[in-house]
Write a protein that binds this ligand. Structure first.
Ligand SMILES: [Zn+2]
Length: 444
């Protein structure tokens, strides 16, 4: 039995390269927040379901120019960096971390500050059409619990990580886990506190979160691998993010950081690793074998990645890829903006950027992706990375959805035109409604 029926035009990813348009469909949502069926006008039940839902005031009919899309899934974002989004991007990485990021994250020892930031941040993600996010918190258990609480309170599907950073060589005294034992105890405490909290919609999942290889001692990495196995939890970290970070792992361990994470049992089918701009073919194959997903953060990579992730190649190899905003290495929480940047960066990777070279030597052939592929990353790709039945408008998926308004439609656009315009021109002001588990969580 439906508790909500949404009627209108919808777009959903068919596969990595194609978008399916559903015209005047009925998306039928049950009382537990699952899509139980999607009917098109030629289905025999269409008229009766429409009449019945209208009679019971369970029908939401989209207006002309409104479209239903799956909610976006942000696979990589640092919630405590929200106050510095759009700042310090011209600074070198060491300054960005030590002058801006670490002092800001250290302030989350204050729960009042944490509440203020996280309340606004969760609301902002929803307002941009994001219905699920895999987030780094800080090293503070209490502040991370505030973030989990805001997700539940506002209705965002949150994957929340207690950050581990216990290596005194790479983290300042004022913002570091003071021993490996304390770091692992804090992670376990956070997991238990989240799992004990009443959460009828099961919106929050704790995540094992080694910040990145340089921040962690060997013992911490090993301990986090054990915790992930003990509690059967997702893992998030960074991988092959930049020239510096890749070289660091080689200098310390004599191997790439993907292999280091694998050595410590941190590459699993529940792992999501951000960036990967410096991954070798061997690293890509290792991630594929482990079914570990990559969070592509195209805006952040412009500033800190020292390269462009070859998304098209990874998808062709069979790797799992989704999309991340990487607040605040990226300056915007909008996955629409990241969809655009993913396409633009892929075009520059294909053509190359040094026009003083002959055209055939400038770029990496066959690297470009389309808006349809970038949309796949933001929806179905992200859901597959999280092993979450969502990211598509289809029976058996969670009703995590957004209603957006297209503007400047002149009446002669094809369905494909409308989709492309939505990808290129949608801003937060155009996101009208957001549903998580079939529940209205944001209205504009
Ligand atoms: Zn990051």
């Amino acid at each position: 039995m439906e508790s909500l029926v949404i009627r209108g035009n919808a777009f959903t990813a068919q596969d990595e390269y194609h978008v399916q348009a559903l015209e005047d469909c009925l998306v039928c949502i049950d009382a537990d927040g699952w899509v139980d069926r999607v009917l098109s006008p030629d289905d025999e039940d269409y008229a009766s379901v429409l009449a019945n839902s209208r009679q019971h005031h369970q029908l939401r009919e989209l207006a002309a120019g409104e479209y239903l899309l799956p909610g976006f899934i942000d696979l990589h974002v640092h919630a405590p960096q929200w106050p510095q989004a759009g700042l310090a991007l011209d600074r070198p990485l060491a300054d960005w971390l030590n002058v801006y990021t670490f002092p800001l994250e250290a302030q989350f020892s204050d729960q009042t500050f944490a509440r203020k930031v996280y309340r606004d941040f969760v609301k902002t993600l929803l307002a941009h059409g994001t219905t699920a996010a895999m987030m780094f918190g800080t090293i503070h258990v209490d502040a991370n619990l505030v973030l989990a609480d805001e997700c539940r309170r506002q209705g965002l599907r949150g994957y929340v990580g207690q950050v581990t950073m216990d290596n005194p060589d790479q983290a300042p005294d004022y913002y570091r886990d003071h021993s490996t034992a304390a770091a692992l105890a804090a992670s376990e405490q956070f997991i238990q506190r989240v799992q004990e909290t009443v959460d009828p919609d099961r919106l929050v999942t704790p995540v094992i979160t080694p910040r990145f290889v340089p921040s962690c001692t060997d013992a911490a990495l090993a301990g986090l691998g054990n915790l992930a196995a003990k509690y059967d939890l997702p893992i998030q970290s960074h991988v092959s993010e930049s020239n510096w970070e890749s070289q660091y792992a080689i200098d310390r361990f004599g191997m790439h950081d993907a292999a280091v994470l694998d050595h410590f049992s941190l590459l699993t089918s529940q792992s999501v690793l951000a960036h990967g701009t410096q991954l070798t073919t061997g690293d890509m194959q290792l991630l594929k074998q482990r079914q570990t997903a990559i969070a592509h953060c195209p805006i952040s990579n412009v500033y800190f990645g020292n390269g462009v992730l070859p998304v098209h190649r990874l998808l062709a190899l069979g790797n799992q890829v989704g999309l991340g905003s990487d607040i605040s290495g990226g300056y915007t929480p909008s996955l629409y903006h990241n969809i655009r940047q993913a396409v633009k960066s892929s075009r520059m990777l294909t053509d190359g950027v040094n026009s003083q070279l002959p055209a055939q030597h400038r770029g990496v052939a066959d690297s470009q992706i389309t808006a349809a592929t970038a949309f796949y990353l933001a929806t179905a790709g992200g859901a597959e990375a999280l092993n979450l039945a969502a990211g598509r408008i289809a029976a058996g998926c969670r009703a995590d959805l957004q209603v957006v308004r297209a503007h400047r439609l002149w009446g002669n656009e094809t369905t494909a035109d409308v989709f492309e315009r939505l990808m290129y021109q949608t801003e937060a002001a155009d996101v009208k409604n957001v549903y998580v588990n079939g529940r209205l969580v944001y209205e504009n």
